[in-house]
Design a protein around this ligand. Structure first.
Ligand SMILES: Nc1ncnc2c1ncn2[C@@H]1O[C@H](COP(=O)(O)OP(=O)(O)OP(=O)(O)O)[C@@H](O)[C@H]1O
Ligand SMILES: [Mg+2]
Length: 224
């Protein structure tokens, strides 16, 4: 369970361009559910996801992960927490060019210091799961958009995180690839993972794979 209580986030606090991107969000998010955050551009979706995923710190308010308060932890704990709990898929995928699909998938696992062979096997298994086994050695820039996205999902799962965070995951995908992503989403939630995503895409928002919709506006929840 993820519990968010009266969360606020200011950018440039105390300066002339101070901006409150999150203005008092309170929410409980169940484990094992697919939740989609929706709302107009600038409503705070990405900011909220990055606060939940410990990529940024709230200005005030609390986030509890299975009862543990993660909002006040020092950075060195956050890094570890992030690695243990979260996998991230970004809109631009953020894959490292010049590296193979397999090496990209393995990257987030290096800090854990697992034996290289075990890591390679795990990366290959994930790539195979997403029908990319035959492309493991290909440089990511040689892959199609949909293939790159599946590499990004595999990379997000390499540390076996219980929570997958995906910001506008279908923004760069055509309809067929977006449907493919939804199918993957269904598998992930079927396997008990919690998925938090943002989307503008009706194909995603209206899909049966999305179990809960949270609408934001001006940094506030207007519908949950
Ligand atoms: N680092 C930052 N510094 C200053 N303002 C920021 C920063 N990041 C975001 N903002 C502002 O906070 C508001 C919310 O941004 P956010 O990226 O969360 O919106 P969003 O709902 O994800 O929008 P979109 O649908 O366009 O991705 C925006 O007005 C944005 O300009
Ligand atoms: Mg955004």
């Amino acid at each position: 369970m993820i519990e968010i209580a009266d969360l606020h986030k200011a950018f440039n606090q105390g300066q002339h361009n101070e901006y409150w991107a999150i203005q008092g969000v309170s929410l409980s998010l169940a484990r094992g559910q697919v939740t989609a955050f929706m709302g107009p551009s600038g409503s705070g979706k990405t900011t909220l996801l990055s606060l939940i995923g410990c990529l940024a710190r709230p200005t005030s308010g609390r986030i509890r992960l299975d009862g543990e308060d993660i909002s006040g932890l020092p950075e060195r704990f956050l890094t570890e927490l992030r690695r243990r709990h979260f996998g991230f898929v970004f809109q631009q995928f953020n894959l490292i060019k010049g590296l193979s699909a397999r090496d990209n998938v393995m990257l987030p696992a290096y800090p854990l210091g697992l034996p290289h062979r075990q890591l390679t096997e795990r990366a290959d298994a994930l790539l195979a799961q997403f029908r990319l086994g035959h492309r493991a050695d290909a440089r990511v820039e040689w892959l199609s958009g949909g293939e790159q996205q599946r590499v990004a999902i595999a990379r997000a799962l390499i540390n076996d995180p219980p929570i997958l965070v995906a910001d506008e995951p279908t923004a760069n995908l055509d309809t067929a690839l977006s449907r493919e992503f939804l199918a993957i989403l269904g598998e992930l939630s079927g396997a008990g993972r919690t998925v938090l995503l943002t989307s503008h895409d009706p194909l995603v928002l209206d899909s049966p794979q999305v179990e809960r919709r949270v609408a934001l506006r001006d940094g506030r929840v207007v519908e949950a």
